[in-house]
Design a protein around this ligand. Sequence first.
Ligand code: PEP
Length: 253
Amino acid sequence: MRKKLVAGNWKMHGSLPENRALLDAIISPIGTFEGVSCAVCVPFPYLFQVQSALQGTSIAWGAQNLSQHEKGAYTGEVSARMLSDFACSYVIIGHSERRSLYREDDKTVAAKFVAAQAGGITPILCVGETLQEREAGVTEQVVARQLDAVIELAGVKALDDAVVAYEPVWAIGTGKTATPEQAQAVHAFIRGKISALAVDVAQKLVIQYGGSVKASSAAQLFAMPDIDGGLIGGASLVAEEFVAICRAAQTGA
Ligand code: PEP
């Protein structure tokens, strides 16, 4: 059985005192949960703070982006090696905000995926369609294309050390959650696609759902057979919401 993973994506939010208060409020309740992995993916400047606060707890931490390059003249960029200096377990790759606002294409996302793994960090690979693509009936083609770019570069076995997050773009930060059935259909498609290449990889692969998940919608989403937890944006900034979402992902919850 796959262990569910709930990861918070703080996006560009926080401050030293706000982070401290949020971490203080989530560490002990989440520490009592069983059968669920929890993590927070934070802005780069707060990695040291989060590492100091979370080491020795049950909550892992990570970043929201990295460079596809190992090192060099890339002003403003952050490498996988730098993230591992702060013991990051995870890095979000190909978030729709990066794909749309920063023009990250499938090839760049795939290169970032490879760079993360080369640095010993588990990539959380985001895939998902826009509303226009859903309405045009091409959701599966879009998700397949995004996955194929990574599989072509890294090989299907690379998904053994990765997480996939299905995040329909129309559901991110909009308050519109996919229904459990809509999400399950795409998760099953993703698992089926990987399964056609490597059954063992597909069975182990953690596929998170992301898109306006709240405490009130988490349990129903997580009850679906191919939904293995969530990537949580806005609700991860509210301690009680994030704790409740992690609680809903516990084994047998
Ligand atoms: C996200 O940023 O990955 C996300 C899912 O955001 P939200 O939960 O706010 O929709």
